[in-house]
Design a protein around this ligand. Structure first.
Ligand code: ADP
Ligand code: MG
Length: 735
């Protein structure tokens, strides 16, 4: 049975899915048994469903899960009752429809299983109707103009492709049902609905291409697969609560660099500090229980920065699990006196955090369509899928850029540590070589990596990849998948995944149509090959400009990219503006992913969110400066003046002290003036969300940078015992 839906996407590596891994009764070490016992025990998994549901009901449900067939009422009733029984056995008293509104986090409204029985008592009830549909009030979630406040009705609809799970909290266990969230008239108010639609779209287009190669035998669906690596910072919780900027904005608005930042790069992959490791282990255990297949943990580049990465899964599941990963990091932190910070740039001058979105396409029979295999130049089907991605990324570079735009990510993209805001593709030497052969019409060979001799007899010869890694690229081919590295660490991955699926759906559709035309009816193998070569040759010629294997951090690339005509949307505000262009409206409409109003509402929400976030940051900065920084600086200034007066009263010349007094007075006055300017900029904004966002970008952000500049200098002059905020050096060193 195909397992992709319900577990990790490594279908070709293991016939058992992660969530359905059986508990081995013999041969397992106590440790592995311990881990397996805890595996996915908070998930109503496919294995549990198979055990607990009547055979026919299970079959119908799987048909819904795998083929998207609607679920009949009577079947839903049986599934619901079995689900409830299981949940209650585990201690659940409530259930919730869990969804992803456009706020960026998840939402839930809890209902008890108990219902009055009409005779003064209660019965515990959970019907198919309650499972399949909920009706939360939609008026308080952002709709970007789709709904007026009085048009409150919204529906949540069960997404059977993402298993239900339990959340345990102090004094409660709740059954969580992943759902899509739509308005009364069916418009998507969430991130899941368009994602699911985009998965249908990319599946249909991919099947069209597979058919041309005759490789669609037994394939009923093509899944987008996603593995999202999450970077985050850990800081001591007490210090966190002492920094109103972290509490309000999840990033420090002020703070001078410590003498030891990341210059030594000794943190990367270094030994994980014990408290952080204990925290990670507990997060992982909770995630296993929820069926989230986390795999990798390590220190990241910056001090106090870490990464957690899962195995990949079908995109829908991976996106839900990504939300759970972020929630878990936040939830578990306090138990270890820690706070997980998911912001893209919590500390200026120190590496920011991203979320690498690994993406590929896989058939339901377990074939990874982006696997180049051994003799790549003969693997025409792979080359078609590869060229489809190249076509898509070049044609929709602005949309892809916009899909990762957010106020937080503006501190990161293009800031010499993260990929530039220019979208380009890294392919590596082997594929580049084949692309060049395709361009000349006839691919003839595949470059080999060879062996790497380590020069010591005791060390093994290791196979070498045909190309090096390139971490400066925003969109890199990494062996058998693409890695979209421009995604921000706090982002939900569903929106960039939706965009990727949709643009590749369009590319495959376009290429499929060209191939069909070139091949004609019943083509001979030779004709088919020639058609593929011709179509790919044109695509390579037209879209090669998006491929860039060099250093993306280099200033020269910006100039070259401009010459190549690649777009460079430098900040979020310009990127948001590109979202609802005519070209993008047509794209989403054609693939039935988003209607024009749905797309427009998203860009409005992005602008609104940007404004809100930056207004909060600006106000917090003013308040910090007025109520903490300046009072501390004034006290320090008084002490300095007193000290100077004391020495002068004793007729002692102290020119150094005098110049320090003058320096500090200068900095303080400068701070006062810049805070006043920031306040003025904060109050000057108005107009549409887009206009306001532009004003914030052009006026508020520079005013904030100006305040920060002078306060950070002040920090290095004011006596440590007066400084009112924990400093970078205290926060960044967790032990
Ligand atoms: P990195 O070198 O970027 O740290 P890793 O191998 O640690 O790479 O992580 C890569 C991520 O890509 C993992 O989450 C992995 O599960 C995911 N991945 C691997 N294969 C695929 C695929 N076919 N589709 C989507 N994601 C994949
Ligand atoms: Mg990576």
């Amino acid at each position: 049975m195909h397992r992709l839906m319900n577990g990790v996407g490594t279908v070709h590596q293991s016939s058992e899915s992660w969530m359905n891994a059986p508990v081995q009764s013999n041969g397992a070490t106590p440790r592995s048994k311990h881990v397996q016992d805890e595996f996915a025990c908070d998930v109503f998994s496919e294995r549990l469903m198979q055990q607990r549901l009547p055979k026919e009901v299970f079959r119908r449900l799987m048909q819904t899960i795998q083929c998207g067939d609607p679920l009949p009422h009577e079947v839903a009733d049986v599934v619901a009752s079995s689900m409830k029984e299981w949940a209650v056995e585990q201690g659940a008293t409530h259930y919730t429809h869990w969804f992803q509104p456009l706020t960026g986090s998840t939402a839930e409204k809890h209902d008890s299983f108990l219902t009055p029985d009409g005779h003064g008592g209660v019965i515990s009830e959970f019907t198919g109707g309650m499972l399949v549909q909920g009706e939360p009030d939609a008026s308080s979630f952002p709709s970007g103009g789709l709904r007026a406040t009085f048009e409150a009705r919204g529906y949540t609809a069960w997404d059977p492709t993402s298993p239900v799970f339990l959340i345990h909290g102090p004094n409660h266990v709740t059954l969580c049902i992943p759902t899509a969230f739509v308005s009364w008239n069916g418009e998507a108010l969430d991130k899941k609905t368009p994602l699911l639609r985009s998965m249908d779209a990319v599946s249909a287009s991919a099947l069209r291409v597979l058919k041309l190669f005759g490789t669609d035998e037994g394939v009923s669906r093509v899944y987008a697969t996603v593995g999202a690596e999450q970077e985050y910072f850990l800081i001591d919780r007490e210090l966190y609560y002492d920094r109103p900027d972290l509490v309000m904005c999840d990033r420090t608005l002020l703070g001078a660099l410590p003498p030891k930042g990341q210059q030594l790069e000794d943190h990367y992959f270094g030994a994980i500090p014990p408290r952080a490791l204990a925290f990670m282990a507990e997060c992982e255990r909770e995630l296993y229980r929820l069926g989230v297949p986390v795999k990798t943990r390590h220190n990241e580049v910056a001090p106090g920065q870490f990464e957690i990465a899962p195995y990949f899964e079908t995109a829908n599941l991976a996106c839900d699990h990504q939300m759970i990963v972020m929630e878990t990091l936040r939830r578990v932190g306090p138990r270890y006196g820690l706070r997980a910070i998911l912001h893209e740039k919590p500390f200026a001058g120190i590496n920011g955090s991203g979320k690498h979105l690994n993406w590929s396409l896989s058939t339901n029979t377990g074939v990874n369509l982006l696997d180049p295999r051994e003799e790549t130049h003969t693997n025409m089907q792979f080359l078609v899928f590869l060229c489809a991605v190249i076509w898509a990324v070049d044609t929709y570079a602005e949309l892809l850029r916009a899909s990762v735009a957010a106020a937080g990510n503006d501190h990161r993209l293009g800031a010499n540590e993260a990929p530039p805001a220019i979208i380009s593709i890294f392919l590596g030497d082997m594929l580049m070589d084949i692309i060049e052969q395709l361009e000349s019409g006839q691919p003839k060979k595949t470059m080999k990596g060879g062996k790497l001799d380590l020069g010591a007899r005791s060390l093994p010869q290791i196979p070498r990849h045909t190309g090096d890694r390139n971490r400066t690229s925003p969109f890199a081919f990494t062996g058998n998948k693409f890695e979209f590295r421009a995604v921000g660490s706090s982002a939900a991955v569903s929106w960039p995944t939706t965009v990727l699926n949709t643009i590749v759906a369009e590319a495959l559709d376009e290429i499929g149509a060209r191939l069909e035309k070139a091949m004609g009816k019943n083509p001979t193998p030779a004709k088919r090959e020639q058609a593929v070569r011709d179509v790919l040759q044109t695509i390579v010629i037209d879209h090669r400009r998006v491929i860039f294997n060099g250093d993306g951090y280099d200033q020269a690339w910006h100039t070259e990219a401009e010459q190549r005509g690649l777009p460079n949307l430098k900040d979020s505000v310009s990127a948001f503006a590109a979202i609802s262009s005519k070209k993008h409206v047509e794209l989403f409409k054609k693939h039935k992913v988003l209607t024009k109003p749905e797309l427009d509402s998203r860009s409005t929400i992005f602008f609104e969110k940007y404004c809100k976030q930056l207004m909060i940051e600006g106000e917090t900065m003013v308040s910090l400066a007025r109520t903490r920084i300046l009072p501390a600086a004034w006290r320090h200034q008084t002490e300095l003046v007193d000290a100077l007066a004391a020495s002068e009263s004793m007729d002692i010349e102290n020119p150094e002290l005098r110049s320090e007094v003058e320096k500090v007075i200068g900095l303080v006055r400068n701070t006062q003036a810049r805070v006043v300017a920031l306040e003025a900029a904060l109050h000057a904004g108005h107009g549409s969300p887009e206009k306001h966002a532009i004003q914030i970008r052009d006026k508020v952000r520079p005013a904030m940078e100006a305040v920060r500049e002078v306060v950070d200098e002040l920090e290095q002059h004011v006596a440590d015992d007066h400084w009112p905020l924990p400093k970078y050096q205290e926060m960044l060193i967790i032990k």
